[in-house]
Design a protein around this ligand. Structure first.
Ligand code: GCB
Length: 607
C-alpha cells in the first residue's frame, strides 16, 4: 500500500518535473539562439558579479540606431571616416532603474534607449558564465562585443544568456537595446492604467557556475500536506548522474537522492517544520548539494488550499485581508525596485492590517516577493494579461506560455506566494480568450499544483441591487474573483446591506479583488456628495457602503481595495484633481492617509 503510494507520487513528480525540465533543458541549451533562455533560479545565492551602476546611453526616439548598428561601436578607420553615433560624451543612467525618473527628457518617453556597459572579466578555467537580467521593459536586444546574444520580450520577468566562450579575457562591452513602446500583441497590450516605466529596471548580473550546475529545484510542501516535502532537483550540464543532498540544518534534516540520466532527481521527505504563516513567517536555511554544485536558499513551508467554500492556510480557514499594490515608489515617482522601495509599500500594507498583497498587474521584483514573505505577507503573483489582449494573434500563445514559465519559475520556492493570477479583466467576447486562458490554467496546474490559481474577472452584471456572477472562466479558477466598483463607476441600486448575489459557481470562495473610488487628499470646501469633486468624504462613503455590502456576499474569503497609494497613470487627465494620477489610493502619493484608509483599517481589525 505504502509502496504503491510512493510509486504513484514518484510518477506524479516525474511528470510534473518533465513539464519543467523538457522546456528548461531545451531553452537552457538553445545556444546561439535569437531568444533569451529561461533564467536560473535564486541567482542571488550564486555570488553574482553585478553589472549595476552607471551605464552610458543613447536615446533613440526614431529607432535609427538599428540601421546605424550602434552595437558595433565603430571607430573611424581613416581621416575621412566619420561615425554618427557614440556612447562617449552622452548621458549616463543608473541600472537598475527606470529611465523615466532619471532624466526629465525621458519622463514620458516610450521608445528605444541604447545602454552600454564596459566591464572587465576573467572567467575561471572550466567554468560557465551566464548573463542574467532581472527585467527589462519591454523588449530587450542584447549584444556582447558587437555580437547579438538574443532578445527577450516581456517587461517584468527574468531572462539570461549563456556567454561561456563569448566573454573575452579582460575588457568587454555589453550593449542593450531597451524598447518600452507598447506592442499591440504584447502582454500587456497597448492600453493599461499604470505608468509605462522603461529601461533596465532590475539587476544585471554575471553568474559563474561549474560545468554541471544545479539548474533548478522545487522544494515546497506537497499539496494539502503539513509535513511532506515533495519536489525535484534538476542539474544542468553534462554530468547528469549525481548524488544530491538536501539539508535543513535547523531541523537536523539531511535527505539524499540521485539524479537520473536526464539530471533530474525526485525529492520527497518528511519534515517536522514550523509552518509559515502571517503570524509566524518562519523560514529555514535550506541547502541543495550535488557532486559538482551547491546552492543555499531560504525556504518556508505552508499549505494553501481551497476546501469547499473556504480558503485554508495550514488547514485553517483564513480571511484574506488584502490590498492592491503597483510597483511604484510614490515618493521617488519611479518603478519600485530596491529593498528600501519595496519596504515603503509593504510597511504601508502591514500598517493597514493586511495579510496579503496583490502585486498588480505583473510580476513585481524578487525583492518585493522575498521581503513580503519575510514580513509575513502572503503574495498574489499576477501575469500582465490585462484587459484587451489579442488572444487570437498567432504569437500570443507562445508569449503567454513563456511568461507563465518565467513567473512560476522564479517564484515557485517562495512559500509566501499563495496565488498565481493568470489574467485581469479579460472579456469572454474576445476571440479565443476562453480557450487561451483555459489552456493557461491547465499549464499552470501542471507547473505547480500546490498554489491557488485564479483569473480576475469583471464581467458580472449588477441590476436591481443584484449581482449576477457568471463568467465561464470561474469554472477553472480556485476563487471566484470579482472586480467591482459600485459607488464609483456604477451607482448603488439599493441599500448596500440588501445586495443580492447570484453566483454561478456558488460552491467556491468569493474574493473581491478590486473596489474603491477616487479622492484627492486634503481636498476641502467642495461638495462631498458628488463624485466629480474628488472629495475624501465621497470615497469614504464608498468604503462604508462596500464594507456593509461585504456582509451580504456568500462565501466571502477576502477583499482587496484598489489600492494602497495614489499612482501615476497618464490616462487620468482631470487636471484639477487627478493630474496624471489614479487617485483611488487609500493614501496619497505623499503617504497621507485618506479618510477611507481608516474604514478599511477598522474592517481588517475586526476580521
Ligand atoms: C480596474 C483595473 C485596474 C484599474 C482600476 C481603475 O478594474 O483592474 O487596473 O486601474 O480598475 O482605477 O479603474
Amino acid at each position: 500500500m505504502k509502496k504503491n503510494r510512493i510509486s504513484r507520487n514518484y510518477r506524479i513528480i516525474l511528470s510534473i518535473a518533465r513539464i519543467w525540465v523538457v522546456p528548461f533543458i531545451s531553452l537552457f541549451f538553445w545556444a546561439n539562439s535569437a531568444h533569451a533562455q529561461t533564467a536560473m533560479v535564486n541567482v542571488q545565492s550564486r555570488n553574482p558579479t553585478n553589472l549595476n551602476g552607471n551605464w552610458q546611453v543613447i536615446i533613440d526616439p526614431t529607432g535609427i540606431g538599428d540601421w546605424k548598428q550602434v552595437w558595433q561601436e565603430r571607430k573611424p578607420q581613416s581621416k575621412t571616416d566619420f561615425i554618427e553615433y557614440s556612447f562617449e560624451g552622452g548621458p549616463v543612467l543608473k541600472v537598475p532603474g527606470c529611465f523615466n525618473s532619471q532624466m526629465c527628457e525621458l519622463t514620458y518617453f516610450e521608445g528605444t534607449v541604447w545602454y552600454k556597459k564596459q566591464f572587465n572579466y576573467s572567467i575561471s578555467d572550466g567554468k560557465r558564465l551566464f548573463l542574467h537580467f532581472g527585467a527589462v521593459n519591454y523588449i530587450a536586444e542584447v549584444y556582447l562585443n558587437g555580437q547579438k546574444l538574443g532578445s527577450h520580450e516581456g517587461g517584468f520577468t527574468p531572462f539570461q544568456f549563456e556567454i561561456t566562450g563569448k566573454i573575452k579575457e579582460g575588457e568587454n562591452s555589453l550593449v542593450v537595446k531597451a524598447d518600452n513602446r507598447r506592442v499591440k500583441n504584447g502582454l500587456p497590450g497597448t492600453g493599461y492604467d499604470w505608468f509605462n516605466y522603461g529601461g533596465i529596471t532590475r539587476d544585471v548580473e554575471l553568474i559563474e557556475t561549474g560545468n554541471t550546475c544545479i539548474g533548478d529545484y522545487f522544494i515546497q510542501l506537497k499539496k494539502g500536506s503539513l509535513d511532506t516535502v515533495l519536489g525535484w532537483v534538476q542539474l544542468n550540464g553534462t554530468r547528469s548522474k549525481q548524488d544530491v543532498e538536501i539539508e535543513i540544518p535547523e531541523l537536523k534534516l539531511r535527505y539524499k537522492t540521485k539524479t537520473n540520466d536526464d539530471g533530474l532527481a525526485r525529492v520527497e521527505f518528511k519534515s517536522e517544520s514550523q509552518l509559515w504563516s502571517p503570524g509566524n513567517p518562519k523560514l529555514y536555511q535550506v541547502t541543495v548539494k550535488s557532486n559538482t554544485d551547491f546552492i543555499a536558499d531560504t525556504i518556508g513551508f505552508r499549505s494553501i488550499e481551497v476546501q469547499g467554500n473556504q480558503v485554508l492556510l495550514n488547514r485553517k480557514p483564513i480571511f484574506l485581508k488584502a490590498v492592491n499594490i503597483h510597483e511604484e515608489n510614490p515618493y521617488r515617482k519611479a518603478r519600485a525596485y530596491s529593498t528600501e522601495d519595496v519596504r515603503v509599500l509593504l510597511d504601508a500594507a502591514k500598517e493597514l492590517g493586511c495579510n496579503l498583497v496583490r502585486l498588480a498587474h505583473y510580476p513585481h521584483s524578487e525583492n518585493m516577493v522575498k521581503e513580503a514573505e519575510r514580513m509575513g505577507l502572503m503574495v498574489w503573483d499576477e501575469l500582465p494579461v490585462y484587459q484587451h489582449i489579442q488572444f487570437s494573434d498567432s504569437l500570443i500563445p507562445a508569449k503567454l506560455e513563456q511568461m507563465l514559465h518565467e513567473m512560476v519559475g522564479r517564484d515557485k520556492n517562495r512559500c509566501g506566494v499563495v496565488v498565481w493570477s493568470l489574467s485581469n479583466e479579460t472579456y469572454p467576447g474576445t476571440p479565443n480568450r476562453n480557450e487561451a486562458l483555459i489552456e493557461m490554467t491547465q499549464k499552470c496546474h501542471a507547473l505547480d499544483s500546490t498554489r491557488l490559481i485564479t483569473h480576475v474577472i469583471n464581467t458580472q452584471s449588477y441590476r436591481d441591487n443584484t449581482f449576477d456572477v457568471w463568467d465561464p472562466l470561474y469554472k477553472y479558477s480556485d476563487l471566484v474573483t470579482v472586480n467591482e466598483y459600485i459607488g464609483w463607476y456604477i451607482p448603488w441600486q439599493g441599500k448596500p446591506s440588501e445586495t443580492k448575489w447570484n453566483i454561478a459557481f456558488s460552491d467556491k470562495p468569493v474574493f473581491i479583488s478590486e473596489f474603491g473610488g477616487e479622492a484627492l487628499y486634503g481636498n476641502k470646501n467642495v461638495p462631498t456628495d458628488e463624485a466629480c469633486f474628488w472629495s475624501e468624504e465621497y470615497q469614504e462613503q464608498i468604503y462604508k457602503d462596500q464594507t456593509e455590502m461585504f456582509a451580504t456576499i456568500p462565501n466571502l474569503c477576502g477583499v482587496c481595495p484598489w489600492l494602497l497609494f495614489d499612482y501615476r497613470s497618464l490616462g487620468r487627465m482631470n487636471q484639477v484633481y487627478q493630474n496624471g494620477y489614479n487617485r483611488k489610493g487609500l493614501m496619497s502619493e505623499n503617504g497621507e492617509k485618506k479618510k477611507a484608509w481608516y474604514i478599511i483599517h477598522e474592517y481588517y481589525k475586526k476580521k
